[in-house]
Write a protein that binds this ligand. Structure first.
Ligand SMILES: [Zn+2]
Ligand SMILES: [Zn+2]
Length: 338
């Protein structure tokens, strides 16, 4: 079968013929129709995650049908529709045992530590699997681990976003941001979407943003004006380009949950502001199987839809990376593996 492979950092991916994966005892092989491209894959290629094991098949947004199951796999069988966590949890540590497998210190990531999703057939450990219910679309299943499940974890589990609260989503036009708008609306919040792209304003309104603010020298003041005292919650999905001003949009007692660090470098943190306003800033990483189950149910009920920027063929992967890096996409960019 063909796989898109990363052989050296900062180099293009290349399409190669590779062997079909064979599942170990506690593993399955998933046949995929589609996979998602994550900004993290672009960062990996660009050398920001230097521990990546090379050469490798990148990609961690893995879903499809089980084509083969190892002898000791329990609860999953050939023909089952599944999605995978973006990582393999150890299953033994205190985090894994308490349902917080996203914090497992021994977790290994698909597409970075072991071959991932940029191929039709992918080998995944059964500890990573979640059943996909009938009525959930292919794309909705594909993004349920890294995008919608991750956002549910950040907004609800970590941030406890509640009905009637005002939430600012930074980088709202990207593959993560557009889905954050949807989930914040499902949770009953009023959503202010920040974007750097004028072309995206209309589509962000269509997706459900109550207000859209264009990045500028004073966009934080604009958010304050729109919301009276400021927002209750910031979902920070960008990092250095928005962090400082995003913090200034919050009302006293505001909570910020950070999920994005698109240019991995430190941000300025005003301790005086943090103290005087009683802010809480937390990080949130990935999703648990429970988060994925919750968002798949929301997708089944039509509350979360995948917002696609388009589907490209596997051999177009380098062009897709370029589009994402230039922030040309509104929504997720998918790769077809049919
Ligand atoms: Zn991802
Ligand atoms: Zn663990």
């Amino acid at each position: 079968m063909q796989a898109a492979r990363l052989k050296a950092l900062k180099a293009d991916l290349s399409l190669e013929e590779v062997d079909m994966p064979i599942p170990g005892d506690d593993e399955v092989v998933i046949e995929q129709l589609v996979t998602g491209i994550c900004y993290r894959d672009v960062l990996t290629r660009d050398g920001y995650l230097p521990r990546v094991s090379l050469p490798i098949t990148p990609g961690h947004e893995i879903s499809g049908t089980i084509a083969k199951a190892g002898a000791s796999v329990q609860g999953f069988k050939k023909g089952d529709r599944v999605v995978s966590l973006i990582y393999l949890p150890c299953g033994k540590c205190e985090f894994c045992k308490s349902g917080q497998e996203n914090l497992c210190p021994n977790r290994k990531t698909y597409g970075e530590d072991m071959d991932g999703g940029y191929a039709r057939f992918v080998k995944v450990n059964s500890r990573s699997l979640v059943h996909v219910p009938d009525g959930v679309g292919e794309q909705e299943a594909t993004i349920s681990a890294c995008v919608t499940g991750m956002l549910y974890h950040a907004l609800k589990v970590v941030g406890n976003l509640s009905e009637g609260e005002k939430v600012l989503v930074t980088g709202a036009g990207g593959g993560v941001g557009v889905h954050a708008i949807q989930i914040a609306k499902v949770l009953g919040a009023e959503v202010i979407a920040e974007t750097s792209s004028k072309q995206k304003v209309e589509s962000l309104h269509r997706i459900g943003a109550d207000h859209v603010v264009m990045i500028s020298d004073s966009w934080d003041k604009e958010v304050k004006k729109l919301t009276g005292n400021g927002v209750d919650f910031v979902l920070e999905a960008v990092g250095i380009h928005t962090f400082e001003k995003a913090m200034r949009t919050m009302n006293s007692g505001g909570r910020m949950v950070v999920v994005g660090n698109l240019v991995p470098q430190p941000v300025p943190l005003h301790l005086g502001l943090l103290i005087l306003k009683g802010y809480t800033i937390r990080g949130s990483v990935s999703s648990t199987r429970d988060d994925i189950t919750k968002v798949l149910d929301l997708s089944k009920r039509g509350k979360i839809k995948a917002i696609s920027d388009g589907t490209m063929d596997l051999h177009e992967v380098n062009g897709a990376f370029a589009r994402i890096k230039q922030k040309g996409n509104t929504g997720r960019v998918f790769l077809s593996l049919k």
